[in-house]
Design a protein. Structure first.
Length: 248
């Protein structure tokens, strides 16, 4: 009885929160230019509300845990957006207009059904964090190399068969996670040129995922996550007492 009551109370809380957010959104429609932050988490949305495209002063948009399958080109109207989350939806593609969001700093697309990323993502010159975990990506555009300010890149749990050369240009990267993919080529030596890396996850990358010798040159590296089948270079850890190797 107590468990049932607790569940009902939780369900009531979540439902009331959803209704409250939708009610607030309805009131925003009358003055879209005044909205700077919009949270539509778990609101049961199956389509992207077109009115959001008129909220041109939005700096933060959170649409976590809905049922969206498509993002319309109007997303490109939100040119001052800094934080954008579509985590836990059913999105399988993104429009080229995403490239208009040149002030975007954080983009979360985790837990969707993305099969490709538009080349225009290279226009997001202010981007600092990009989360693409748990999608269906088989490749990435070379233009990702233009994200010069990117510090955190999550690519875990996709179907990547290779890493684009463009990633070698991301010299400000501090966190790179590419674990649990399906790489068909050896991990590239240029990983050892990403001198600001603090955390690198390469566990379960594929059949050719031995650790490149250049990794030993990463003096700022603190966490290296590998799997039991991967062979570490002999020089790893020399001159870097902070390095912690985690085997998964």
């Amino acid at each position: 009885m107590i468990r049932t009551l607790s569940f009902l109370l939780l369900f009531s809380f979540l439902t009331s929160g959803c209704k409250s957010r939708l009610k607030s959104f309805e009131s925003y429609k009358n003055s879209p230019g005044s909205v700077e932050s919009l949270n539509l988490t778990a609101s049961g949305l199956t389509t992207f509300p077109p009115e959001i495209g008129n909220m041109v002063h939005l700096t933060e948009l959170n649409m976590f845990r809905n049922k969206l399958q498509r993002i319309p080109p109007e997303i490109g109207n939100l040119t001052v957006l800094e934080r954008l989350s579509f985590q836990s939806n059913q999105i399988d593609s993104f429009p080229e207009e995403i490239g208009n969001l040149k002030k975007l700093k954080k983009l979360n697309l985790r837990f969707n059904k993305l099969k490709q990323i538009p080349e225009s993502i290279g226009n997001l010159i202010a981007l600092e964090e990009l989360d693409l975990r748990n999608n269906q990506l088989k490749s990435l555009p070379e233009d990702i190399g233009y994200l010069k300010n990117l510090e955190v890149l999550y690519l875990n749990d996709n179907h990547l068969t290779a890493l684009p050369e463009g990633l070698s240009k991301l010299r400000n990267l501090e966190v790179l996670e590419i674990g649990r993919n399906q790489l068909e080529t050896p991990l590239p030596e240029w990983l050892g040129e990403l001198e600001n890396l603090r955390e690198l996850n390469i566990a379960g990358c594929g059949g050719y995922s031995n650790v490149p010798s250049g990794i030993a040159n990463l003096r700022k590296l603190e966490i290296l996550i590998i799997d039991a089948s991967q062979v570490l270079p002999y020089e790893i850890g020399r001159g870097n007492s902070r390095l912690q190797v985690i085997i998964r």
